[in-house]
Design a protein around this ligand. Sequence first.
Ligand SMILES: Nc1ncnc2c1ncn2[C@@H]1O[C@H](COP(=O)(O)OP(=O)(O)OP(=O)(O)O)[C@@H](O)[C@H]1O
Ligand SMILES: O=P(O)(O)OC[C@@]1(O)O[C@H](CO)[C@@H](O)[C@@H]1O
Length: 327
Amino acid sequence: MTNPTQPSSHTPPATGRVVTLTMNPALDMTVQADGWRQNAVNTAQAMQTDAGGKGVNVASFLADWGLPVTATGLLGADNAQPFEALFAAKGIQDAFVRVAGQTRVGVKIVDHSKQETTDLNLRGLRATPEALAALEAKLDALAQDHDLFVLAGSLPPNVPPDFYAALVAKLRGAGKWVALDTSGEALKAALNASTLPNLIKPNNHELSEALGRELSRPSDLLEAAHTLLSRGAELVAISQGEDGALLVTHGETVQARPPRVQVVSTVGAGDAMVSGLVAAHLGDLSLTDAARQATSFSVGNITRLGAHLPPLSELETYAAGVEVKRL
Ligand SMILES: Nc1ncnc2c1ncn2[C@@H]1O[C@H](COP(=O)(O)OP(=O)(O)OP(=O)(O)O)[C@@H](O)[C@H]1O
Ligand SMILES: O=P(O)(O)OC[C@@]1(O)O[C@H](CO)[C@@H](O)[C@@H]1O
């Protein structure tokens, strides 16, 4: 099927198949309300709804990049249509377990006059033991013929905080390459576990919260990254919003600063970065090129609504504008 956003001349690498796991997807309802104020009556200019949630977004970016991708997780049966339409349009294999009820709505208020994005995220559908058992069986089946797993987003109610920690151990034990992008107690448990993911992509606030200490100086972030590397991670990517990202491996550290662009919505910026890093891993890129590629994905994402990459020529312009410094 033709995908209008897919970069045209890019040839994807012919390597491993990717699974993205979204335990808590969301229908993102973006409301454009320029100049809006809290505690006041505001007028909005536009509204758009997109199938989202971190792993769904990663699947969408990777599909745009031309990689085969399977999306799994728990999806409310009552409003699954926008997700199914996205998967069909982009050729994403739909391996979501359907559960009773509606997937949560995530309200995103964007203010173009101030280039600000405000998120209101609901907690999501309570996961039943039956749904979790069905998901476990699905993941076991997917592990038969997929090599990379991206675990992304919050955990819905009734899923224990060590869910990702246990899954990372299981997947890495089976020889899979695992990326994790989560927050709060789930991130804390995963970072305290004995087996760490190959790639960890927190933002600086999420990492500070999970480690229980303020990481305000670059040296604090670097020290935290090196501790995670010494405990089994291969790449720690700490994103810092408009300031860019710090990417740390055993032998190298780079700082990537994005070019200045007109921001439409920052929703999914981190997911785009994860996607760029997964694509870079599959393409065996150097850390410098990975930083450039991942940042260009993020910048491409924040210049439009929804989790879509811009055409390749635009992506290349952003990539050329990324300032990558080896530290
Ligand atoms: N306002 C911005 N201007 C330019 N680039 C940005 C901006 N916000 C984010 N980015 C780019 O996106 C990357 C990821 O952003 P960020 O650190 O906000 O991720 P995140 O907190 O995980 O985002 P989210 O949870 O919304 O997906 C940054 O490293 C940067 O390259
Ligand atoms: O509650 P979570 O899972 O942490 O975040 C959910 C969410 O904000 O993440 C995506 C952007 O990264 C959105 O599509 C979605 O609404």
